[in-house]
Write a protein that binds this ligand. Structure first.
Ligand code: GLN
Length: 487
C-alpha cells in the first residue's frame, strides 16, 4: 500500500500519519531523498530547507502523538520563493533578493506552520512572478517533468513541476495573471486561484497588488480543498483580505453535477489554439454533461479579447510602483557604495533586476506618466470594469464557465524566450479571471503527444466550493490527474 511514498495525496498521507503507519520524520526523509534524485534534472527548488523540514516534522509527530493532527499536519510541501519565511532566504528568483532573509513569516506560512505542515523547500519561479515559463528566474530554468526539454509553465513553475515530480505532496503558488493555473495545466496538477482577497497576501512579495492571489497546487481537488481550509480567511495585516466566512471546502464535494449550469465562452477557444487541446477540452466538457451538468455551448463574452491589453497595462503599472522600493537603501542587493547616491540607486536596479522585470517597470512608468495616463492606465481601468460586469452577467445564468487553461501544450525551453509578446499570449485564457478578481481552477483533462492539457473552471466571487465540486466530480470519473511523469 505504501510502496510509493513520494506519490501521495494529502488525504492519503494524513491517513497513514494518523494511523501511525509512518511518521512525519520518515515521510519527510523520503521526500528529501526524492528531491536529491529528481531535482538534479527538474530543478524545481532554489533552496532545499532540509534542517528546517526535519525540525518541523519532529514537531508534527508530537502533534500527531497528542491526537491533534489535521489533514496537513506532517505533510511535506513546497513554497513559491516569493512568500516570506522568517530566517529563511526569500529570493523571488531575483538577484535583487538573492541574499534576503525576511524577519517575518507570510500569513499563509504562519497558518501552515500552525498546523504542522512541513516545508521541504522554496520553489523556483520567474523573477518577481513575471513570466509564463520560469525561464525568467535569475538562477536557472525549471524543466517540465513530462519532457525535460520543455517549460513547466510559470511563474509558479517550480511549485507545479515539484508536485508533479513527487518532490512534495503539495505546493503554494501565486497567480497574478495565470501563474498557478497555467503551470498546473502544463505539469498535470490541480492549480487553484481563489477569489481576490480570499487568501491573505501579507508576506507575499508584491507584483501587481490588485491582481495577486496565493493558492494551492495539488494532486487533486480534494487536496486543494484541504489546503484552502487552512490558508483562507481574513487577516488584519492585509486590508484587502475578505471578511467573508470560510466554509469547510470539503463539505460540498459530490459525485454528480445535477442541477449545475455550465457555460462555454467561445472567445476562449482562440485562433491558433492547438487542435488536440480543443478536442480534449470539448471531450472533458461532455463528461461534465454526463455527470448531470446542463451545458450551454454558445456563450459569448465579447470583452475577452481586450483582457490581454488591459492586463499588460495594469500589471506593469502596479509593478512599477511596487518595485520602486528596491533602490538599495532598505534591503536586498545594493550598489550604494559610490559617492553619488542617485548613481548608486540606478546601478542597484540596473544590476539587480533581470530584463523582463526592467521591461515591466518601463511599461508601467510609461502608462502612468502624465500625458499617457488617461490614454492607457485610466482606459484600461474602465475596460477592466466592463470585463468584470460581463462576468457578473454571465454568472446570473451559469454556476461556472469552462475553458482551456492554455491554448497549447507546454512549449520548448527557449522557444518563446526572445519574443515577449508570444510569451504574454500563453496566458490569454487565464488573465481575464484576475482582472475580474474571480476564482479559477485548472485540472488535468487529457494529453497530446504525452504532454498534459489543463481545463480551466471559472466561478463567481467566493464560489470556490462550486469549482471544487465540479473538479472533484470530474476526477471521480477520470484518471488524468493520477498520471505521473516518468522522471
Ligand atoms: N504570465 C503573466 C505575467 O507574466 C502572469 C504572471 C503571474 O500570474 N504572476 O505577468
Amino acid at each position: 500500500m505504501t510502496d510509493n511514498l513520494t506519490d501521495l495525496t494529502i488525504h492519503v498521507a494524513h491517513e497513514l500519519l494518523k494511523a501511525k503507519k509512518i511518521s512525519s520524520v520518515e515521510l519527510t526523509k523520503q521526500y528529501l531523498a526524492r528531491i536529491k534524485v529528481v531535482d538534479a534534472q527538474v530543478r524545481a527548488i532554489v533552496n532545499v530547507t532540509e534542517d528546517f523540514a526535519l525540525q518541523q516534522a519532529k514537531k508534527a509527530d508530537e502533534i500527531i502523538a497528542a491526537g491533534k493532527s489535521v489533514p496537513l499536519t506532517g505533510v511535506p510541501f513546497l513554497l513559491k520563493d516569493n512568500m516570506s519565511t522568517k530566517g529563511i532566504k526569500t529570493t523571488c528568483s531575483s538577484k535583487m533578493l538573492e541574499n534576503f532573509i525576511p524577519p517575518y513569516d507570510a500569513t499563509v506560512v504562519e497558518k501552515l506552520n500552525s498546523v504542522g505542515a512541513v516545508m521541504v523547500g522554496k520553489a523556483n519561479m520567474d523573477e518577481y512572478a513575471m513570466g509564463s515559463s520560469t525561464e525568467n528566474s535569475a538562477f536557472f530554468t525549471t524543466h517540465n517533468p513530462w519532457d525535460l526539454s520543455r517549460v513547466p509553465g510559470g511563474s509558479s513553475g517550480g511549485s507545479a513541476a515539484g508536485v508533479a515530480a513527487g518532490e512534495a505532496v503539495f505546493a503554494l503558488g501565486s497567480d497574478t495573471g495565470g501563474s498557478i493555473r497555467q503551470p498546473a495545466g502544463f505539469c498535470n496538477v490541480t492549480g487553484f486561484k481563489p477569489t481576490y482577497g480570499r487568501v491573505s497576501r501579507y508576506g507575499l512579495v508584491a507584483f501587481a497588488s490588485s491582481l495577486d492571489q496565493i493558492g494551492p497546487l495539488t494532486k487533486d481537488a480534494l487536496d486543494a480543498a484541504l489546503v484552502m481550509n487552512v490558508i483562507s480567511g481574513h487577516d488584519t495585516a492585509d486590508s484587502t483580505s475578505a471578511t467573508e466566512p470560510v466554509p469547510d471546502y470539503t463539505k460540498g464535494l459530490a459525485k454528480d453535477l445535477k442541477g449545475m449550469k455550465i457555460g462555454i465562452p467561445k472567445e476562449y477557444f482562440v485562433e491558433g489554439m492547438q487542435p488536440e487541446v480543443d478536442a480534449a477540452i470539448k471531450a472533458a466538457i461532455k463528461q461534465l454533461e454526463e455527470l448531470g451538468a446542463k451545458v450551454d455551448w454558445g456563450v459569448s463574452l465579447p470583452q475577452t479579447p481586450h483582457a490581454l491589453a488591459v492586463y499588460y497595462i495594469i500589471a506593469p503599472s502596479e509593478a512599477s510602483a511596487n518595485l520602486a522600493r528596491y533602490d538599495g537603501s532598505k534591503y536586498g542587493f545594493s550598489y550604494l557604495n559610490t559617492d553619488n547616491m542617485w548613481e548608486g540607486m540606478e546601478k542597484t536596479k540596473q544590476l539587480g533586476f533581470g530584463p523582463e522585470v526592467k521591461r515591466r517597470i518601463m511599461l508601467g512608468n510609461y502608462a502612468l506618466s502624465s500625458g499617457y495616463y488617461d490614454a492607457y492606465y485610466l482606459k484600461a481601468q474602465k475596460v477592466r470594469t466592463l470585463i468584470r460586469r460581463e462576468f457578473d452577467a454571465a454568472f446570473e445564468k451559469y454556476d461556472a464557465l469552462v475553458t482551456p487553461t492554455s491554448p497549447t501544450v507546454p512549449f520548448k525551453i527557449g522557444e518563446r524566450a526572445d519574443n515577449p509578446v508570444q510569451m504574454y499570449l500563453s496566458d490569454v485564457c487565464t488573465l481575464p479571471i484576475n482582472i475580474a478578481g474571480i476564482p479559477g481552477i485548472s485540472i488535468p483533462a487529457g494529453f497530446a503527444q504525452g504532454l498534459p492539457i489543463g481545463m480551466q473552471i471559472i466561478g463567481k466571487p467566493f464560489a470556490e466550493d462550486t469549482l471544487l465540486k465540479i473538479s472533484y466530480a470530474y476526477q471521480q470519473v477520470t484518471d488524468w490527474h493520477k498520471r505521473r511523469p516518468a522522471v
